[in-house]
Design a protein around this ligand. Structure first.
Ligand code: X8Z
Ligand code: ZN
Length: 623
């Protein structure tokens, strides 16, 4: 999704009585009236005019913001940093101004749709600047520089300067604990210089959030889910409680298998797992250690990386095949401009932000046939992991296109978890049978039911392992924002949560100046993270609903909705809504229920959970 959406233009119906009994306590206090309507009593008509005028201003600025940020992320230099910071400042100022102006209508009874738009404006931005001279400028400078310094991050290993892509390959493939530790620690040398600016930024946005009427920035973020902020915390915890038993079994088994590989000294059986041994720079998904933990059976493994190489796929072909999944469901092909303007491979001659993202440029001045401009930006590697990430990014783009006719306030996911779940739900249909259909796998190589545990293990290492990581990142940020962690506790707080939720630990004691959160993109990239936790629940809910619509009768993990137009239509119905309605309504449109629910992911992995319980029965689990 758009990575730098400073303006939170999405609406939330705080006034929708059914799910918002506490709306009044959430809404910011009324403040002095600004703008030209100052001397007149606000009316529904002036509110309407205000929304119309705001929409024009937002559209014009968003377009300039996104093209500038696109250039900055594709060509990181001091110059482009300056330009991006400048327009970021303008965006901060506009969002604060509109939030304040919107308050003049606080005591007016508005039609639900207008109230929803107004509420979106009053929530301002996820990173609000306070209304005082210089604040928006300083905030924008910090945010731009943090993002760029992550993008430029590198570390000299064995005499060679390596960027994240190369370092990640070592973490994925090396089985030498000393090497893993060196690379893992090396990448984390990029972030101590970010810490002071990060702490300054926290102060600024907390002040901005207070001015908007929220206790701190964490409360502001939690208020974006069509329910009171406190209820959202409970909602996230409830979902985590549903899936934690499955994670605990996986953790226990993986630790035992890593112990077989590395021995008691490197992997003691009563402690959290060393974070550098799990195949991913942040231990957020563990698919790269599948070979170490796979069930001991003769069942063949489907290795998408190998299949892509065998079929001589290049990066473009990987994206084309991703697009083909969506068109098989009835979606229109991507526009020509997508292919012309996207970034698919890492340029050799300049610094770029490689972290994958999907962009939606809505040029208010373009001719009608050139208006719709969506792109991805990604340094694609020819791996199964990136093949799935391509589907993830395309999910954002197809969602953006589905809601393109909504007003700017509603050009967003039903909630941010929806946006992250669309493409992932499609990826769940990349089954062996699907791979045969697209000619990547020979029919004779489709593993039979005896290999189900292997397939599920591969999937769980990515999807189940992710869950505690997905929830802990913003638990950390919420604690930073509410002052529970002072800057001197940023790192220790981070590791407390990594231990508590994931059961992972650093390979050795961390240096006093460490700022390990800064070595994960979304912290310096300032992207809220709870969306990914929600998406890992929602994508299984969507997948189950889709498979039901498709009349699937087999197990969920063997179901592929490839080519099913009926599913495509129903999915599109939900996607076209954007954020125009409270998310439970969008969820209901596709799944028939108004609640996010972990039971679909539990059902998907049920055979694996049974297997894991059996494997773990004589082991002492926990840490
Ligand atoms: O950041 C992403 C996407 C872009 S929205 C590639 N993801 C999270 C991450 O990489 O940490 C997808 C899964 C979680
Ligand atoms: Zn995403």
């Amino acid at each position: 999704m758009k990575k730098f959406l400073y303006l939170a233009v999405a609406g939330t119906a705080l006034l929708t009585a059914a799910c918002q009994p506490d709306a009044k306590t959430e809404a910011p206090e009324s403040t002095p009236v600004v703008a030209e309507v100052k001397s007149t009593e606000p009316t529904v008509q002036t509110a309407k005019e205000f929304l119309e005028k705001s929409e024009i201003e937002i559209k014009e600025l968003l377009y300039r913001l996104y093209i500038t940020q696109w250039i900055n992320s594709n060509f990181i230099t001091k110059d482009t940093d300056l330009l991006a910071a400048k327009v970021g400042e303008e965006a901060g100022l506009l969002s604060t101004r509109l939030a304040n102006e919107a308050k003049q209508f606080n005591n007016l009874k508005l039609p639900a749709d207008m109230a929803r738009k107004m509420d979106g404006l009053k929530r301002g931005s996820n990173f609000p600047a306070p209304d005082k001279p210089g604040a928006a400028k300083e905030l924008s400078r910090i945010m731009t520089e943090l993002n760029s310094s992550y993008g430029k991050g590198s570390f000299v290993y064995n005499g060679k300067e390596l960027a994240l892509g190369e370092l990640s390959k070592i973490i994925a493939t090396s089985r030498d604990p000393e090497e893993l530790q060196a690379v893992w620690e090396g990448w984390r040398t990029i972030s101590p210089p970010m810490k002071n600016d990060y702490a300054k930024m926290v102060k600024i946005i907390n002040e901005g959030s207070k001015e908007l009427g929220y206790a701190d920035t964490g409360v502001l973020w939690k208020a974006g889910y069509d329910m009171p902020a406190d209820d959202f915390t409970k909602e996230a915890d409830r979902l985590w409680t549903q899936v934690k038993p499955l994670y605990d079994e996986l953790h226990c088994h993986v630790r035992a298998k890593l112990n077989d590989q590395y021995g008691d000294e490197v992997v003691p059986l009563d402690q959290p797992i060393r974070a550098d041994l799990l195949g991913n720079m942040w231990a957020q998904s563990w698919g790269n250690v599948y070979d170490l933990v796979k069930p001991e059976s003769d069942a063949p493994t489907v290795d998408i990386t190998e299949l892509l190489a065998k079929a001589e796929y290049d990066e473009m072909k990987m994206v084309k095949v991703g697009e083909n999944f969506f068109t098989s469901l009835g979606f229109e092909p991507l526009p020509k401009s997508f292919w012309k303007r996207s970034l698919f491979t890492k340029p050799a001659d300049r610094e770029v932000v490689c972290h994958a993202s999907a962009w939606d440029f809505d040029n208010p001045d373009a001719k009608p046939d050139e208006k719709f401009d969506i792109r991805i930006k990604m340094c694609i590697e020819k791996t199964g992991e990136d093949f799935k990430t391509i589907h993830h990014e395309l999910g954002h783009n197809f969602y953006q296109r589905a809601y393109k006719n909504q007003p700017v306030f509603y050009k967003d996911g039903a909630n941010d978890g929806f946006h992250e779940a669309i493409g992932d739900m499609i990826s769940l249909s990349i089954t062996p049978d699907y791979l045969v259909q697209i000619g990547l796998l020979d029919a004779a190589d489709v593993p039979d039911a005896s290999a189900d545990i292997n397939l599920l293990m591969q999937q769980a290492l990515d999807k189940v392992a992710f869950l505690p990581f997905g929830i802990m990142i913003d638990k950390w940020r919420w604690n930073v924002f509410n002052g529970e962690y002072s800057p001197s506790e940023y790192n220790s707080g981070w590791w407390e949560l990594r231990d508590f939720y994931q059961g992972v630990r650093p390979p050795a004691e961390r240096p006093a100046d460490a700022f390990d959160p800064g070595a994960k993109f979304h912290i310096p990239g300032n992207t809220p993270y709870m969306r990914y936790f929600l998406a890992h629940i929602l994508q299984f809910q969507f997948h189950k609903a889709a498979c039901d619509i498709a009349g699937n009768e087999g197990p969920l993990h063997r179901c592929s909705i490839y080519g099913n137009k009926e599913v495509g239509k129903r999915f599109d119905d939900m996607m076209r809504m954007g954020s125009s309605k409270p998310w439970p309504e969008a969820l209901e449109a596709f799944t028939g229920t108004q609640n996010m629910d972990g039971s679909a992911i539990i059902e998907y992995f049920a055979p694996l959970q049974t297997y894991l319980k059996e494997q773990n029965k004589d082991r002492k689990c926990g840490w």
